[in-house]
Structures are given as C-alpha cells and as structure tokens.
Design a protein around this ligand. Structure first.
Ligand SMILES: *[C@@H]1O[C@H](CO)[C@@H](O)[C@H](O)[C@H]1NC(C)=O
Ligand SMILES: *[C@@H]1O[C@H](CO)[C@@H](O)[C@H](O)[C@H]1NC(C)=O
Ligand SMILES: *[C@@H]1O[C@H](CO)[C@@H](O)[C@H](O)[C@H]1NC(C)=O
Length: 435
C-alpha cells in the first residue's frame, strides 16, 4: 500500500531523490520501530473471598509523544506465575488517561473522586457515555488473556502530543483493578456476579442503602467486601499484581490517529432539560441484570436475553478495530449500522480446562473485528444499534454489554494528503532554498 496519491505524482521524483526509496518504506519503518514494555501494578493482597477495587495513580507507562499499539494484562503472583480466574477473578481493569499538574505527586490509593480537582483533569475517550462514565482508553475483564488488542499499521492511539497537553500539565495514567478472590467460595459464580446476599451487603461503598430490587452488581462488591466462603474454609492471603504489556511507536506524521469510542447497551438517551429537546443526554448504567427465563419461556425464545439500544454517533469514520465486553453467560454482541449492516460482531470463548487462560465456565477471550481499513464506514450522525445477548437459563446479576471501537476519521492516503502535504512542501522548499 502506498501513501502517495495521484496528485503527488510530480513529487514522487523529489521524494525518491530525497529519501532514496519508495513511499512504502514508512510502513516497514513503523513495524521495525514497535517498542514493548512489561510493567507491574502496585502489589495488592487478597485472602479467600476478599475483594479489591483499587485506583493506582501515576502508573508506569511509556512517555512522550507516541502512538499506542496494544495493551495486554493479566494477574500474576509474587513469582510471576499467572493466576487462574477460578482463584482470582479479574472483574475488570481500566486504564484512564489524565493530565496532572507538574510537580504534584499522587500515587497513593485514594478515592477515584480525587481525580476531580484542579491538579488532575481526566482525559476521557471520544465517547459516548455521559460525564466521566466509561471514559477509559483501555479496559477488559476475565477475557483479557485471550483478547487481541493490537492496532494495525499505520494506525495508533496518539498520546503525549505537547501541543494538546495544557501548559503546566503532563500526561499521566490511572489504573483501576477490581479483583475477587473466590478460593473456597460457596458460590464462585455468585461472587463474581457480585450477588449482594453473598456479600452480606445492604449499603454501598459510600454508606447509601441499596434497594431490595438490586440483587447484585458493583454496588455490592466494593473494595474490602468479603464473599461467603464454604463453612470452615481457610487459605493464605497472597500478594498479587496486574502485569501489563504496552506496545507503542514513536509518533511520526505517517501514523493515522484513531479515536476510541465505547458504547454501552444500558445507555438510554434522555432529552436534556436545558434545551428544546435538541440535545440528548446519555445515561450509561454500566451493568444490568438478566432474568432467568423460567421453564415456560424456554421454547419461545430459547432462553436468550436480548438487550439492545440505538445511539447516534456524532462523528463517524472508518472502523479499524472492534470488540465487545461481556460477562459469564454472554453469548455474543453485534453492532449494526443504521441500514442494518453488521459493523462488528464479537463472540466470547469459554475455557474448558483448569489452567490460566483456559478456565472452565469463564469467558477467556472475545473475538475481535479488523475490517480492511476503508471497508466499514460509519457516517457522521449515523444511529448505531448495539445488541448484547446472554443465556438466560440462569439469572445473572451485574452483567455488562460494552462495545469498544477504534475509528479513524481519515484513511492513510487522505491523512497524508491533509496533514503532511504542507510540511512536505515546506521541507522541500527549504531544501531547495538552502541549496
Ligand atoms: C451480616 O451483616 C450484619 C449487619 O451488617 C451482621 O450483623 C451479620 O452478622 C452479618 N452476617 C454474616 C453472616 O456475616
Ligand atoms: C442475538 O440474539 C438474537 C435473537 O435470538 C439473534 O437474532 C442474534 O443473531 C444474536 N446475536 C448474537 C451476536 O448472538
Ligand atoms: C483447555 O483445557 C482442555 C482440558 O485440559 C484441553 O482439552 C483444551 O485443549 C485446552 N484449551 C486450550 C485453548 O488450551
């Protein structure tokens, strides 16, 4: 593939003279330059049945003006051994970007609310949930070991651009890890679904009472809660880490930036009260409940809970990558365009063994979409429909239906023409003048 489009023909000769090679060399260059680093989160400790939900500020992360190419993670112990989900269930991890005022240090684990002050400005993804909801750059759960996150060349997530970072601030990264130790649990699945009765919880993390209709979900499995164990079970506390691998390339003008969108199947658009119904407010609730179909419904819908929502995407573009996030019981999720075409379908795979990455009954991976760049386009203002299916042979609490999309607003040849043409002309003019 070649960056240089037809109106550049007259320049090709000059480019060949200047760089001694054809335009495709930049791809090779980009591939050669991929850097990779493995980091460990701060240590967290879990005993049987216990829960951590930590926010780690200023985590180790690649610095500078770069393009992120992938982010992978897993839970490991002190010796670096991968820990299987049936021992430590990784409910989720999230990586959030924020600008932090220079010379302010802030690494202790404090409430997430601390992000909202003058020293920290959360930099959310491109949408589309309300406020700071679902604002992460990366995030997965139990499926993290088996889910591909690579962003193909020449695309990448641009970070650390000094022209975008406010004066006196720098790019920082916050890691949220929510993990549940289910060793010895009376009901492992129930603990992972955060069923309130197993946690003996009636008030949330902030002391607000939880209504009787709320059977399970994040409100019931916050930091330091304890899930019910089998009578008399005892096991050692252990030290664990989230080990994460980041790949990136140094920024250059040949990289085409992608925007991150995360759609939530629980999102309902509410007309805003401050206008005449022109604006709409998103209302992402993050999680929902799947009712058991019961015996009488089995034949009618095959015990599949189908949840859907339709949401407009203000700015469209070309889909470069797509993946859904579901919990145990999930059987697939599809994003449709306004005309009903499939934009991306993402299907979970379940483990059928015992070892880390292949745990029976857990989602160990989600299939991903890599449409040929240019082949799947979302037009500006297009209304997308997200469908999330769960098996409803059993009730499920605290399930999720997110869809993560990477969208490029331009294709490589357009990007090159629009963003690089003037600088090439300048460079060439300078060189001609210098000679
Ligand atoms: C559940 O919580 C209540 C009050 O918070 C407490 O009195 C009771 O002992 C707890 N039950 C168990 C089994 O821990
Ligand atoms: C979801 O369920 C509906 C109804 O059974 C079906 O038409 C659709 O293909 C399913 N989609 C996925 C991704 O499983
Ligand atoms: C998972 O474990 C089962 C049982 O040991 C084995 O048959 C299967 O090949 C494993 N799958 C993977 C992907 O390793």
């Amino acid at each position: 593939m070649c960056f240089v489009s037809r109106d550049f023909v007259f320049l090709e000769a000059i480019l060949l003279l200047l760089f001694g090679t054809t335009c495709s060399s930049s791809f090779v260059k980009a591939e050669d330059k991929i850097k990779s680093a493995v980091f460990l989160s701060p240590k967290f400790e879990l005993g049987p049945g216990s829960v951590i939900n930590k926010h780690y500020y200023d985590i180790d992360f690649p610095r500078g003006h770069i393009a992120l190419k992938s982010f992978n993670a897993e839970v490991v112990d002190d010796a670096g051994n991968p820990i299987p989900l049936h021992e430590t269930y990784l409910h989720h991890w999230l990586v959030q970007r924020h600008y932090q005022r220079k010379y302010v240090t802030h690494t202790e684990d404090v409430s997430h609310m601390m992000l909202q002050n003058s020293d920290h400005v959360l930099v959310r993804n491109s949408g589309i949930c309300q406020g700071n909801a679902i604002s992460q750059y990366f995030g997965l759960g139990s499926e993290t070991r088996g889910t591909t996150t690579d962003i193909p060349d020449p695309f990448g997530i641009e970070i650390g651009n000094p022209e975008e970072i406010p004066q006196g601030f720098e790019d920082k990264w916050l890691l949220n890890v929510h993990a549940i130790d289910t060793r010895g649990a009376e009901d492992k699945l129930g603990c992972t679904e955060c069923k309130c009765d197993l946690y003996n919880v009636t008030v949330d993390e902030y002391g607000r009472s939880i209504g009787p209709d709320y059977k399970g979900g994040l409100l019931c499995c916050y930091d330091h809660t304890q899930c019910k164990l089998k009578e008399g079970f005892e096991g050692p506390k252990r030290s664990l880490y989230l080990r994460y691998t980041v790949k990136w390339v140094d920024w250059d003008d040949f990289i085409v930036p992608v925007k991150i969108y995360i759609l939530d199947v629980t999102d309902t658009l509410k007309p805003s009260d401050d206008s005449k119904g022109l604006n709409s407010n998103h209302d992402c609730k993050t999680e929902y409940q799947v009712e058991s179909c019961g015996t009488d419904h089995k034949e009618r819908n095959g015990c599949v809970d189908v949840k859907r929502t339709s949401l407009p995407l203000q700015t469209g573009g070309y889909v470069i990558y797509g993946v859904a996030h579901q919990h145990s019981g999930g059987i697939g999720s599809t994003l449709y365009g306004q005309d009903g075409r499939v934009i991306c379908s993402s299907i979970p795979s379940y483990g059928n063994g015992n070892e880390a990455g292949n745990e029976t009954g857990y989602i160990v991976g989600m299939s991903t979409c890599y449409p040929k760049p240019g082949s799947v386009k979302i037009v500006d203002g297009e209304t997308l429909t997200l469908v999330s299916n769960y098996s409803s042979t059993k009730e499920h609490t605290g399930v999720m239906g997110l869809f993560y999309l990477l969208v490029a607003e331009q294709l490589p040849d357009q990007h090159f023409r629009h963003s690089t043409r003037s600088s090439f002309f300048m460079d060439i003019n300078n060189m001609l003048l210098d000679n």
